[in-house]
Design a protein around this ligand. Structure first.
Ligand code: ASP
Length: 599
């Protein structure tokens, strides 16, 4: 190699050795006679000193060095003079006195600092992603990503899993998003789809008898992007035969626990992982992606207010809705403006308004039993009897000084509002411990969701998910009541993975397609060969696919998924570095039998 050591490697025990280092000029300081360079490679930084009395030639070359020049130096390791050590740097005890230098390549002045992570417009960072990847944060994220994936591979290998690649150009497999399509040149008018996930293929590998499969699988979904979504992303896709839910959940708990304890030991975990049924999480948190690192749980006060004459409550309850809220500790003193701001959040979720009930603090000895109604500040205070108000405060386990936020109306809307407020207030009150990962397994999902838009049933997970055996008789009679053998893993408010025990019987799979509104011909066209495979001894099987990018986002406490992917797309699904997507030539269009209509 063109170097004998890495830049993070040298210690005082190397003193006196002659070494060759190669890397980039991270920082250059000219102290009159002496020139100091922090030389950087992937491994770290080493201080290099150019002294005209040691080597006039090397010193002369060093005067021309600028940030990001790529160089090689040969020199001797010396202990730094006492008092000049840098305890923040692993190599801070030593420096290398340069005898020789070679410049491999100069560098233009980078468009942003590499040695300081000053915020600049993200489009500039993405345009020069290879330079941003030189910065410590992204470099460390990529190195961690490597370790995480290696750990996963080793862990699964140790448990008898086989890594098998599946094709990228396939027939569409539904996961609820739009497909990315690839036009075929040799089959005019026909298209491949990029996999939204290798779902059917991994099930076919179970039919093929592999029993335990995994793959670090790239998935493609054309959907609206958010901070935690990319058009292409990576899942640890796995599938097992002869298992039930428990086998998969235990495997995943062991994988995540040992991974985090080994690779990111500074992160704390709550063990064992929490488990909740879908109905319970919706009730307590208003979402199936709850962040359970903090409380602020939702409470239902509909029953207490059943006879209320207050029009907002009354109309909600008469229309089959609900009255629910959260309790913000110590927030009773919020100003009108602060409460209005929270009401604005509720309105953005579609609510007409929000009702606040402040229990203003008294002499510190108040409890619910000695409640004085004049301590309650709320537009609804005069509409709620003192007895009912006491019950409301009791349900929330409120204390003097707390603020209740109450939403009334349709259950879905109330949940959306309170989930949003709960997350927002956790941020504002600083309730989320960034070093804690709090996993929840969610089970007992409904098999179908009713889509108001399509006026039809959708799969909550995907169409291959098996119903509870005991609910099969309900499939035709009352699809909305059928529970699914589906489980999710959620961590700190993010859905990390979905999985399920699958249908392995043709007739049942056809019945589910039928309930989802697929016609006979459509089923044959889309899933004919898959259904046929189920007739050749398909074993019982199930699986899951944890999102690797989202996991890394949590492990690194990154704000966006882009920070853990080497070359991500921007929010508009574009790669601004290589300029993709881009137009193609008329000849390519003709070969692909395509015409751009410009609509
Ligand atoms: N294919 C599913 C998904 O991408 C995961 C699974 O069911 O294994 O969510």
């Amino acid at each position: 190699m063109l170097k004998t050591h890495n830049c993070g490697e040298l210690r005082s025990s190397h003193s006196g050795q002659s070494v060759t280092l190669a890397g980039w000029v991270h920082r250059r300081r000219d102290h009159g006679g002496l020139i100091f360079i922090d030389l950087r490679d992937r491994d770290g930084l080493t201080q290099v000193v150019f002294n005209p009395e040691v080597s006039g030639g090397a010193h002369a070359v060093a005067t021309g060095l600028r940030s990001e020049f790529v160089i090689q130096i040969i020199g001797r390791v010396e202990k730094r003079p006492s008092g000049t050590e840098n305890s923040k740097l692993p190599t801070g005890e030593i420096e290398v006195l340069a005898d020789e230098i070679k410049i491999y390549n100069a560098s233009k002045t980078p468009p942003f600092y590499i040695n300081e992570e000053v915020d600049v417009d993200e489009s500039l960072l993405l345009r020069y992603r290879y330079l941003q990847l030189r910065r410590a944060t992204l470099r460390d994220n990529m190195l961690l990503r490597h370790k995480v994936i290696k750990f996963m591979r080793d862990f699964l290998d140790g448990r008898g899993f086989v890594e098998i690649e599946t094709p990228i150009m396939i027939k569409s497999t539904p996961e609820g998003a739009r497909d990315y399509l690839v036009p075929s040149r040799v089959h005019p008018g026909k298209f491949y789809a990029l996999p939204q996930s290798p779902q059917q293929l991994k099930q076919l590998l179970m039919v093929a008898g592999f029993e335990k499969y995994y793959q670090v699988a790239r998935c493609f979904r054309d959907e609206d992007l958010r901070a935690d979504r990319q058009p292409e992303f990576t899942q640890l896709d796995l599938e097992m035969s002869f298992v039930d839910e428990e086998d998969i959940l235990v495997l995943l708990e062991e994988l995540f626990t040992s991974l985090i304890e080994t690779v990111t030991p500074a992160i704390r975990l709550i063990k064992p992982f929490a488990r909740m049924a879908y109905a319970e999480v919706m009730d307590r948190f208003g979402t199936d992606k709850p962040d359970i690192r903090f409380g602020l749980e939702i409470k239902d006060i509909s029953a207490i207010l059943a006879d209320s004459e207050f029009v907002v409550f009354k109309s909600a309850l008469q229309n089959n809705g609900t009255v629910r809220g959260i309790c913000l500790p110590g927030c009773a003193g919020y100003s009108h403006k602060q409460v209005e701001d929270l009401t604005g959040i509720a309105r953005n979720c579609g609510a007409k308004g929000l009702i606040s009930i402040a229990w203003t603090a008294g002499d510190g000895r108040q409890d619910v039993n000695s409640l004085q109604m004049e301590k309650i500040k709320s537009v609804v205070a005069k509409h709620i009897k003192a007895e009912d108000m006491k019950q409301v405060l009791e349900v929330f386990k409120a204390s003097p000084g707390d603020l209740l936020l109450i939403a009334a109306g349709d259950r879905g809307l109330v949940n959306r509002v309170l989930d949003e407020l709960r997350r927002e207030m956790a941020k504002r009150l600083d309730l989320c411990d960034p070093d804690l990962m709090s996993f929840v397994f969610i089970t007992d999902f409904p098999l179908f969701d009713w889509s108001e838009e399509r006026k039809a049933w959708d799969s909550t997970h995907h169409p291959f998910t098996a119903p509870f055996e005991s609910d099969i008789p309900l499939l035709e009679a009352d699809p909305g009541k059928v529970r699914a053998r589906h489980y999710d893993i959620v961590c700190n408010g993010y859905e990390l993975s979905s999985g399920s025990i699958r249908i392995h019987n043709r007739a049942l799979q056809e019945k589910v397609f039928n309930i989802l509104g697929y016609g006979k011909q459509e089923v044959e066209d889309k899933f004919g060969s898959f259904l046929e495979a189920l007739e050749y001894g398909a074993p019982p099987h199930g699986g899951i696919a944890p999102g690797i990018d989202r996991l890394l986002m949590l492990l690194t406490n990154s704000k966006t998924i882009r920070d853990v992917i080497a070359f991500p797309k921007n929010q508009a699904a574009a790669d601004v570095m290589t300029d993709a997507p881009s137009a193609i030539s008329d000849q390519q269009l003709a070969e692909l039998h395509l015409r751009i209509t410009g609509d």
